[in-house]
Ligand binder design. Structure first.
Ligand code: DQA
Length: 140
């Protein structure tokens, strides 16, 4: 089984950025723990602060190489019709995830443009959100 984790803008600062919201562990820590937790799964990781780069990676990954994609699109979740279109265009199932509970935050974060084209959403469990998404893909 092969899974791609894609993180969007500002998630490279996880661990330093607003730790009271996003936790104090870095993405390196989180991805290392994820790989340790699922030793039988190949977990590739990609992060970009650029909308187009995320779309390019979805296009590259979305036709057969992966069993599933775990996507934390960061703030693009709430703004990017282009990322939503890319998810709709590819064949690989995409699980939307968030570290924080976006439904409990500012109103602008309540709407996800990508939710309708993802197979499900996991939010609010901190780094556990990534693990739950991998488990979801393993159970497809
Ligand atoms: C986030 C939630 C988004 O609203 C925010 O813009 C992020 C991170 C999360 O993981 O909780 O950058 O996707």
């Amino acid at each position: 089984m092969k899974i791609l984790v894609i993180n969007g803008p500002n998630l490279n600062l996880t661990g330093r950025r607003q730790p009271e919201i996003y936790g104090s562990r870095t993405m390196d820590d989180i991805i290392a723990s994820l790989r340790d937790a699922f030793t039988g799964v190949t977990i590739d990781y990609f992060q970009s602060n650029c909308e187009g780069a995320i779309i390019d990676r979805l296009h590259e990954a979305g036709f057969g190489e992966y069993d599933g994609i775990v996507l934390n699109a960061g703030a693009y979740t709430h703004t990017s019709l282009a990322i939503a279109d890319a998810i709709a265009a590819i064949e690989t199932p995409v699980v939307e995830i968030h570290l924080s509970n976006i439904a409990a935050r500012e109103e602008i974060r309540h709407r996800s443009l990508i939710a309708p084209v993802c197979c499900g959403t996991i939010a609010g469990f901190g780094e556990l959100s990534y693990r739950l998404a991998v488990e979801a893909i393993m159970n497809f």
